[in-house]
Design a protein. Sequence first.
Lengths: 247, 603
Amino acid sequence: MAKATFKIWRGNSEGGEFKSYDTEISEGMVVLDAVLQIQGEQAGDLACRWNCKAGKCGSCSAEINGNPKLMCMTRMNTLPVDEPITVEPMKAFPLKKDLVTDVSWNYEVKKRIKKFKPRTPDAPDGTWRMQQTDIDRVQEFRKCIECFLCQDVCHVLRDHHKHEEFIGPRFLVYAAALEMHPLDTENRLKDLKDDGNIGYCNITKCCTKVCPENITITDNAIIPLKERVVDEFYDPITKFLKLFRKK
Amino acid sequence: MSEYQTFEHDVLVIGAGGAGLRAAIEASAAGVSVGLVCKSLLGKAHTVMAEGGMAAAMANVDDRDNWKVHFSDTMRGGQYVNNWRMAELHAKEAPDRVRELEAWGAVFDRTKDGKILQRNFGGHRYPRLAHVGDRTGLELIRTLQDHGIHQGIEVYMEVTVIALLKDGERVVGAFAYEREHGRFRIFKAKAVILATGGIGRAYKITSNSWEGTGDGHSLAYDAGAELIDMEFIQFHPTGMVYPPSVRGILVTEGVRGEGGVLKNSEGTRFMFDDIPDNYKDQTADTPEEGWRYTQGDKNARRPPELLTRDHVARCIRREVKAGRGSPHGGVYLDIAWIKEKLPNAAEHIKKKLPSMYHQFKQLADLDITTTPMEVGPTTHYIMGGIRVDGDTQASTLPGLFAAGECAAGINGANRLGGNSLSDLLVFGKRAGEYAAKFALENNFGTFDNAQIEERARWALEAFDRESGENPFAIQNDLQEMMQDLVGIVRVEEEMQQALEGIKDLRERREKISLTGNIDFNPSWHTALDLHNLLNVSEAITLAAIERKESRGGQFRDDFPSKVAEFGKVNFIIKKGAGGQMEIRSERIPEMPEELKQIIEEMG
């Protein structure tokens, strides 16, 4: 059986360092298996989050050899094992311990986005009718497992630390799912402009690249939302007509 | 005494999967203050792993469906040891609970006329599972989460409860620690709801996450509540078997619902070889008829791959034992074959089963649209749990309620796929409603600090040992032992060995020593969880020994047949006066005439 060396970040908000661990690699193993093996055999207090181990819960986000990924979906045979594999916590959030970061900011942001508000049921049985073609796009957004890797790579958050001003790709996708929901009647465009600062996104598509659910974040969610915001607030013709209407 | 941070809520919900969230929403709607404690981050609970859908007789796809058919399917699947009242309420209320989710923003797949689409699943007579591709659990939990965060519920993430607090017999709160710094927390509550999910981590091969350590079962038991039906564990027939590191990860029954077939190494569809008598009338005679059923032909009967999970799991085991298994000890699940029947089959499969496609592609380098999967049984669900009243979800202790997987009754000896998600909603709602009612009628109780100090000392003692046992090693040994000795096929002698083994492991647990400090220390968390795993393992084993017959999730090699007398009883587990585990049988209450009639009419 092959051996691999892992350099795992150990530390807390006050500081830390990479520590090296050698561990056996067996067939089909993913990085999370190796980390848990190290935890079980050599470092019982190595902190990491995980739950489903099948890419469905979005708990085990980390940066593996510098790439933001889910540890449970990163197979060892996709990494070069002749050199040490680094595993570090996400960088856009404060560190709690080792691989565990404080992602509570994300939960606060979500609360600020106006909730789903359906139109009055209009089918004879007191519910609604929706066509599959009308919900395909929303279903794409609702695949999101909230791993926050898109937030992690967004330079507005990662490099410029605009957490107070910008809601990040995850919540633009969340808002898009609500705005494009065929039953929803709420309007979130002003909030997206003023509170979410959607304009900060300059479409570098880093978020789309790292999404483990392959959601087309930039093209399908952010750009259409930007267009809607522009139409509502900056379109000269609409602006002119609105002016006219007021009189 | 030490000063621990204390929180007060009218209703405290422990567990934030589907049942806990639904309970919290309902209690909050009744106007009481609600605290929701979750072991992980919000929205990560095991509910996200549910794939196939939630069963509700909405009759959107087949208008012959109604609650009576669903009720009789559930009772038949559970081999009639179910709590019939729960099965009745569940069948009646599930459709409303699904529609409510839609009103809260869930986006289910649609029928051509724009209604919620329903799919076929094992043991359900008609297409009944509302679903979103094969990620229905995620849709459910996210919908509840996104609705719940606007209801004024206080959420405590990454907090683990280690004891229920009591005022005499009544439960009046919980004692917990937060993960980040290991600080203890006291939660005072007028009513407590347990919604902690399952016990899968007691077994080596499981579809469950690390959280499934039977916390609610064990907390209730330690507090003096009764457990019921603990011998009934569901081994899901189709878990991944290869590569080794993914062994146990679930492969949704939806694969078979969409036309997937099971084959052995000789290429035979072995499920046709053994069809139980009580399902003969409902099962297809030929592969052709089975295929037509999966494609919506109302005159066709379902293929034998969609028999109940207990039966399919045993058939797979039989094939493997007889030397007709796949190279890695499973059998073949083939959905790729539908290309013989459908144009664009590959696209169809990716659309209907996107997570499965993704999962196999990424974890096993296998394209399910061209190649059969290797699958085998995996520990998936426990039918047994905290004994509750069918209407109110009240446990046998005042002030303590339970809902979801940790509660028991609706499923009897075997759960039908899809009944879990609807169970969470129906009984989560009921638990929330009745816990709120209890809270409005009662004051906060009092508890003596000795309970807390004793538990705090117990929780911390492993830090004081210089050297000793590794908690992860004990957990591994327990998992191996339960897998080998109290697994799919059971015999008395092996289970007696397991009881001895549990005793040894309990002693080893007392000798655990930990490295590192108390901050986010998984070895400490594992050491505490082990107490719960050992409690549930013992309960499972004791109950499995007592039920000297084979029924549903319990298969006894030494008693391979069903025994009519055992069909009339449930086994109840309770902590004895001396602290030892006690078991007794109790007769199942007589079913009312109208329900009996439904079962007779439905055949």
